[in-house]
Ligand binder design. Structure first.
Ligand SMILES: [Zn+2]
Ligand SMILES: [Zn+2]
Length: 389
């Protein structure tokens, strides 16, 4: 039976599975039910299964023939802490939790490929199916790596896939180079001397200093970073004073934000420049400042060789409908920790048009089950090509 027919035969099962996962979303490191389902389906299909890597992570290993090459495929399993605002039969049963990024789909696609590959076994080598917890800002990939993912399961290459609204369900995007930005947090606290709002000369006002800092912040991207290198610096939280005490200049202003870049050099530059600006402003106003730049996720940069392999698989499935110059996203994905450990490629799978304008992280977003055949076929083609028997 050809690939597409076998995937079609498994489609009712996979669609039900996807909708069941959607109805039972779990947040990062809490994916007990989801990882339990993943592990038991892998065991059922004859895999060696390793549970509990990165708390709720699961790795299923399939070795066929005597090929020496080893490939890692990543799916993320977690949902977001947000309500679902859409009427659908498989709506979230857990208030305040929702699969608004389509990770229910990613888990399903990788299980679909695992079931197919375990049955047809038309390759020679080893595949590690990596089911990652806590992609949404909770550090699941890093935790898996720290728990020994690549010591236990060394890989010659790793691949990740994410759904993308706006591309058709029979369409994919595979592009070399930067895909997703680094995603880091920064914290600036200006400490002055609180005083009466009517007597500012008797204190040191951190609010006025903060105003100068915020106004100057965009000069880092506009005047310091190379204009040919993308970068984002945003202040996303400013905390000071009290609306009920409008005659008090507070001691302290706490500012926090995000910094994004596509290269290690610009990332270093943002860390240095935000701090330099904060310290300079503090000196200017004779107040104190503390600064912390917290590195969260490196940029996802597709490796040239892994990208060629992924592109060949995508073309085998989607023929001419593969976008090769897809614009990078300023979002982040901690798949970056996997592709730091082995040559990696991160690809986009079409999710069809954005329904009612709902994009990733919208309360009405949904993975499109019509994309399941393309996604499963891509994973299968990648393995059968890269580990050709
Ligand atoms: Zn997301
Ligand atoms: Zn996502």
């Amino acid at each position: 039976m050809p690939l597409q027919d076998l995937i079609q035969a498994d489609l009712p099962f996979l669609r039900n599975l996807r909708q069941d996962l959607h109805a039972h979303p779990e947040l990062g490191f809490e994916e007990e039910r989801t990882s339990g389902i993943v592990a038991s389906l892998l065991e059922e299909a004859g895999f060696q299964v390793h549970r509990g890597l990165g708390k709720t992570g699961v790795v299923g290993t399939l070795q066929v023939g005597n090929g020496m090459r080893t490939i890692g495929l990543r799916a993320d399993m977690d949902a977001l802490a947000m309500p679902e605002h859409a009427e659908r039969p498989y709506q979230s049963k857990f208030p305040g939790k929702m699969h608004a990024c389509g990770h229910d789909g990613h888990t399903t696609l990788l299980l679909g490929a695992a079931r197919y590959l375990a049955r047809i076994r038309k390759f020679s080598g080893t595949v590690h199916f990596i089911f990652q917890p806590a992609e949404e800002g909770r550090g699941g990939a890093k935790k898996m790596v720290e728990d020994g993912l690549f010591d236990l399961f060394p890989c010659n290459a790793v691949y990740g896939l994410h759904n993308m609204p706006g591309l058709a369900v029979n369409e994919m995007a595979v592009t070399a180079g930067p895909q997703l930005a680094s995603s880091d947090s920064w914290f600036v606290t200006f400490m002055g001397v609180g005083t009466h709002g009517a007597k500012p000369h008797l204190g040191k006002d951190p609010i006025t200093a903060s105003g100068h800092f915020l106004a100057a912040l965009q000069t880092i991207v506009g005047r310091v970073v190379n204009p040919l290198q993308p970068a984002v610096v945003s202040a996303c939280s400013v905390q000071a004073g009290d609306q009920r005490a409008l005659n008090v200049i507070p001691d302290m202003v706490e500012i926090g934000g995000t910094a994004r870049a596509y290269s290690a050099e610009v990332r270093d530059q943002l860390e240095a420049e935000i701090g330099r600006l904060a310290k300079g402003i503090a000196a200017m106003f004779d107040i104190n400042v503390s600064y912390e730049f917290r590195r969260r996720i490196p940029p996802v940069i597709n490796h040239a060789d892994a990208t060629v392999r992924a592109l060949k698989a995508a073309q085998a499935v989607c023929s001419s409908k593969v976008v090769t110059n897809f614009e990078p996203s300023t979002a982040g994905d901690d798949f970056a920790f996997f592709s730091e450990a082995a040559p990696g490629a991160y690809v986009w799978l079409g999710n069809g048009p954005a329904m009612n304008g709902a994009l990733h992280h919208n309360a009405a977003y949904d993975f499109n089950d019509e994309a399941i055949p393309t996604g499963v076929a891509f994973w299968v083609a990648l393995i059968e090509q890269e580990l050709s028997a």
